[in-house]
Write a protein that binds this ligand. Structure first.
Ligand SMILES: C=C(O[C@@H]1C=C(C(=O)O)C=C[C@H]1O)C(=O)O
Length: 257
């Protein structure tokens, strides 16, 4: 585990995130899927206050928990299920994280910005009734974002090991601001934001057999991309990077527990 390796992981996750957004943007907003108390058919066993999307995520996570998804430290569910067993054969996952800090995560914040702020920028107004397909693509977005952002734990572990003296001093004095400054690389953040914006252009264009496939083409206006590159830039600038850094700080604060 080194800084180059963790950054390679984050770079690869960008592809997953951009593709999952492109998939979600295929569907209209489908607002009824997100409304509390929404009533679809017989409400057998249905908990009140759950939107359809919430129910979909909860139940999907339950089956994925059974299948062993959360045996890996890299995956953190949005809802903690009480499923005690796993269908998957046991596997000795590597333990890279410090135990007392390993469960640090910002899934609640991810849930909030995804549904309240990102989704309206991503999906066009409309309702085609395909709520299950829509919620399945929400789940894919949420899982990709959660994996990327909560990977801040690994980034923090690497940074801590690389500069134990300085980090230990700041952790002991619980100096959040100084920790934030020490772990921040503005140059790297700028590279990441410009790269994801470019990925939205490359992955989100219509591919045809005539003409070159280029991102600098003057005919490719923002509106011709499946997901607006500026929305992807904003996603990283306002939510993904700041939340990743919050995860890093919170992890570090527990690194000496
Ligand atoms: C993840 C890192 O830590 C911080 C967060 C970044 C990000 O979320 O992309 C980029 C640079 C750092 O400010 C890193 O150094 O790679």
């Amino acid at each position: 585990l080194g800084l180059d390796t963790v950054r390679e992981f984050l770079t690869r996750e960008e592809d997953t995130i951009v593709f999952s957004l492109i998939e979600r943007a295929k569907h209209p907003l489908n607002l009824p899927a997100y409304q509390d108390h929404a009533c679809f058919g017989p409400s057998s066993g249905r908990r009140r206050n759950d939107s359809f999307a919430e129910l979909f995520v909860r139940e999907s996570e339950e089956i994925q928990a059974k299948a062993g998804r959360y045996q890996s430290q890299g995956e953190i569910p949005f809802f903690h299920s009480r499923v005690p067993f796993t269908l998957a054969p046991p596997y000795n996952f590597t333990i890279d994280l410090y135990p007392a800090a390993a469960s640090v995560n910002v899934n609640d914040a991810i849930w909030g910005f995804y549904f309240n702020e990102l989704l309206p920028l991503l999906a066009k107004n409309g309702d085609d009734g395909n709520y299950a397909v829509t919620a399945a693509s929400d789940l894919a977005c949420l899982q990709a974002l959660s994996r990327r952002i909560n990977y801040g734990r690994y980034v923090a572990e690497v940074k801590f090991r690389g500069d134990q003296q300085r980090y230990t001093a700041l952790i002991s004095s619980k100096d959040k601001d100084a920790l934030m400054t020490l772990l921040t690389s503005e140059t790297q953040e700028d590279v990441v934001k410009r790269r994801v914006e470019k990925k939205a252009m490359v992955f989100g264009q219509d591919v045809t057999l005539d003409g070159p496939t280029e991102t600098g083409d003057k005919n490719t206006s923002q509106s011709s991309f499946k997901v607006s590159p500026s929305v992807v830039y904003k996603l990283y600038d306002q939510w993904v990077i700041p939340l990743t850094k919050n995860v890093e700080v919170e992890y570090l604060l527990h690194r000496l527990d």
